[in-house]
Design a binder for this molecule. Structure first.
Ligand code: GDP
Length: 434
């Protein structure tokens, strides 16, 4: 339990109503600012006047939440006041005069974690819910908050702990237990590895639920990439001109297709150019292509394939890609048999293109309970490596060391076994008031 009492506005500045949160052992002292004793009626919202040094600051609502059944696990107060900047500032200043301290980023959730209300993967899900900008991302973050990741990690931990206790028994009582430990160990480790492997495989595919599918539009200048990006976004974000080479840098837009977040990245047209600025854009475009979940190789229905088109087809050969033949509204000859005909101008073919993007990138069915957080996936990979090392270890002692390593990496996900600086880094990414 922490010693000091913290406070912060939890709502965005400028709304009609502001919510100010207070948490810590002395939260009940907020009463000194209120016209009624809210601690007498815990968990009930009470209409109060808020005052300091004899001056009325606002008229609002307040609730006292008794420890430990609160978000942070500490005594908490929530004040609802008018949202004007001056009102909020005056109340924050009065709370400071009570000896409370302004909360740091994510400090309420950090306290919830330290007080055992949430494990680390659940605490991270809180931020993912706030940041989720597509339906599937929100669902996946909610599943994580409800403990979906922790439960799966515990399943692996159980196998490893059983393996470890078998080894301990064999070391303590070599005569009786060694044979059975050696017989059971491979099965425990195989199960643990299979569970970790499944989580990693699903997670790599499901990562897009959190970060969005990276779709990179590539094509020589003037095939209509910017127009296509605008048509897919339904806005005029990218500059469209008939002059080749106008998109010199990359343009990045977020959209949602069937609730899945998608990042559309329009690149500078890839072609041989003497223009120094355009060359930088072309180099960036090539980097974006390498990092794409899928490239849209855009061709122009109205003109024959050029040498630049052919080079792009060769350059993207090893990458995940879809061929898109834009300007289907004008007469032309078929370019590639499997190109999707679309028109950024009339909207023809856009729905099919969106569907094909999802089909190409997402697994058959998207499992919202999969591991989507890069930190968790990295720890799972390290754990799997340690489990594999245990499987091929020379002797029970070495296997025990590898299993302990695997348990350490799994503990990093839930926060049971994690360095303080990792915790600090995670909560530093939170907003103040959460
Ligand atoms: P980018 O250089 O590949 O980004 O191409 P732009 O989006 O700037 O488009 C180049 C030119 O093609 C502009 O004059 C657009 O109006 C035109 N254009 C783009 N898409 C279409 C389309 O679907 N049909 C027709 N007819 N013209 C288009």
């Amino acid at each position: 339990m922490t010693e000091d009492t913290i406070f912060a506005p939890s709502s965005a500045i400028g709304g009609a109503i502001a919510v100010i949160r207070i948490s810590g052992p002395d939260a009940a002292s907020t009463n000194k600012l209120l016209s009624k004793d809210i601690t007498a009626v815990p968990q009930k919202l009470v209409h109060v006047s808020i005052k300091a040094r004899g001056e009325l600051l606002d008229d609002g609502m307040a609730v006292y939440l008794a420890a430990p059944g609160t978000y942070t696990g500490e005594a908490m107060v929530e004040l609802n006041c008018h949202g004007g900047m001056q009102t909020v500032r005056a109340i924050l200043s009065a709370l400071s005069d009570l000896g409370f301290r302004p909360a740091g980023a994510g400090e309420f959730t950090k306290r919830a974690f330290l007080n055992g209300k949430l494990d680390l993967s659940q605490a991270e899900a809180v931020m993912d819910i706030i940041n989720a900008d597509a339906e599937q991302s929100r669902k996946s973050a909610l599943m994580q908050l409800s403990g979906s990741v922790s439960r799966r990690v515990h399943e692996i931990q159980e196998q490893l702990l059983d393996a470890l206790s078998g080894i301990d028994a064999a070391i303590d009582y070599p005569d009786e237990a060694e044979k059975s430990a050696c017989a059971m160990l491979p099965a425990y480790l195989r199960r643990a590895e299979a569970l970790a492997g499944r989580l990693i495989d699903n997670g790599r595919a499901g990562r897009v639920l959190r970060d969005g599918i990276r779709v990179v539009l590539a094509g020589r200048p003037n095939v209509g990439k910017s127009s296509l990006l605008n048509a897919l976004c339904g806005s005029d974000r990218a500059i469209v001109t008939p002059i080749a080479g106008t998109t010199r840098d990359t343009v990045d837009e977020k959209i949602s297709i069937d609730g899945v977040p998608v990042r559309l990245i329009d690149t500078a047209g890839i072609r041989d150019t003497g223009d120094a600025v355009e060359q930088i854009g072309v180099a960036r475009a090539r980097n974006e292509l390498e990092a794409a979940d899928i490239c849209l190789v855009v061709l122009d229905n109205g003109v024959e394939l050029t040498e630049d088109d052919r080079r792009l087809l060769r350059d993207t050969a090893g990458l995940p890609r879809l061929f898109v033949c834009n300007k289907s509204d004008i007469d032309g000859t078929p370019k590639l048999l499997d190109a999707i005909p679309v028109s950024a101008k009339t909207g023809e073919g856009l729905d099919r293109l969106k569907r094909e993007i999802l089909t190409a990138v997402l697994p058959q069915s998207v499992d919202c309970s999969c591991v989507t957080n890069e930190r968790h996936l990295h720890a799972l990979e390290q754990a799997r490596r340690a489990i594999c090392a245990a499987e091929s270890a020379d002797g029970l002692d070495c296997a025990a060391t590898d299993i302990a390593d695997a348990l350490h990496y799994l503990g990093e996900i839930t926060g049971d076994d994690v360095d303080e600086d990792v915790i600090d880094r995670i909560f530093a990414r939170f907003c103040v008031g959460k």
